[in-house]
Design a protein around this ligand. Structure first.
Ligand SMILES: Nc1ncnc2c1ncn2[C@@H]1O[C@H](COP(=O)(O)OP(=O)(O)OP(=O)(O)O)[C@@H](O)[C@H]1O
Length: 255
């Protein structure tokens, strides 16, 4: 069985379909880029993987079980504008990421010393050891986003969920973040889901690029149908489609 299995997933809000019949199998360690038009439900799909909300129909299995409601051990998450805690230093932010996984959310005594040691290891890995005692506001956008990723990684999650993580960065910083993420992934063997608006980024970083789109389209009522996965490209070998367009996509959408 695959590591992440999504079967016949539907999600509607107030009777309005957003996602329809999503089926997906992802192996552990795969990097899946998700692209699609604005508003087609990509972030909704990530929230479902996080179990922040429950699907209208269908199910998700991670390592054979339903995703746990609290993130941490299994899934880490980073958004485009992630608010790291401004009143905490870089090191304290990493410790806070670690403490999300604890029932009381705090470390004391020996546990705190161990958490600080783990934080320093993470800071070395993400190249922020030299600013451990600085506050986030004094860091560049790229450094803040590395901190956000470091915070998500402190619990050593098996899955990293990224929602346009580099969208707010300038092109140069974005490229160095690509290298950073590629290295982290090689070190950790994590499974990654990354929503991006940048197709080139999706193909460069992903093993697969999945496209969310509406295969059914009613010009008189554009919101009548939800989106599904219409393409699943193998991005490892230059982007050759390995699952061609799905069942209903013979219904053409007007240009
Ligand atoms: N909790 C909610 N209640 C009602 N509608 C919602 C809710 N969450 C999302 N939506 C709607 O669902 C649709 C899909 O939103 P979502 O944010 O998943 O799209 P997206 O593909 O990530 O968009 P973008 O690329 O612009 O970030 C949008 O029309 C949004 O307004």
């Amino acid at each position: 069985m695959s590591f992440v299995t999504v079967r016949d997933l539907f999600q509607s809000y107030g009777g309005r379909p957003i996602l329809e019949r999503i089926n997906l199998e992802v192996e552990e360690g795969e990097f899946v880029s998700i692209v699609g038009a604005s508003g087609c439900g990509k972030s909704t799909f990530l929230r479902l993987l996080l179990a922040e909300e429950q699907p209208s129909r269908g199910d998700i299995r991670i390592a054979g079980a339903e995703p746990a409601r609290e993130p941490g051990r299994e899934r880490g998450v980073v958004f485009q504008r992630y608010s790291v805690f401004p009143h905490m230093t870089v090191r304290e932010n990493i410790v806070a990421g670690d403490s999300f996984t604890r029932p009381l959310g705090r470390f004391f005594g020996a546990a705190r010393r161990a958490a600080l040691r783990r934080a320093d290891e993470t800071l070395a890995r993400i190249g922020l050891a030299h600013v451990a005692d600085a506050y986030p506001a004094t860091l560049s956008g790229g450094m803040q986003q590395r901190l956000a990723i470091g915070q998500a990684l402190t619990a050593r999650p098996r899955i990293l969920l990224l929602d346009e993580p580099f969208g707010a960065l300038d092109p140069g910083t974005r490229l160095s973040m690509h290298d950073f993420l590629t290295e982290l992934r090689a070190q950790t063997g994590m499974t990654v889901f990354m929503v991006t608006h940048d197709l080139e980024e999706g193909f460069k970083l992903g093993d697969r690029v999945i496209v969310f789109d509406k295969p059914r389209w009613d010009p008189t009522d554009p919101e009548a149908y939800g989106a599904t996965i219409t393409y699943d490209f193998d991005a490892r070998n230059g982007g050759i489609p390995f699952q061609t367009i799905k069942e209903e996509t013979h219904v053409l959408r007007p240009a």
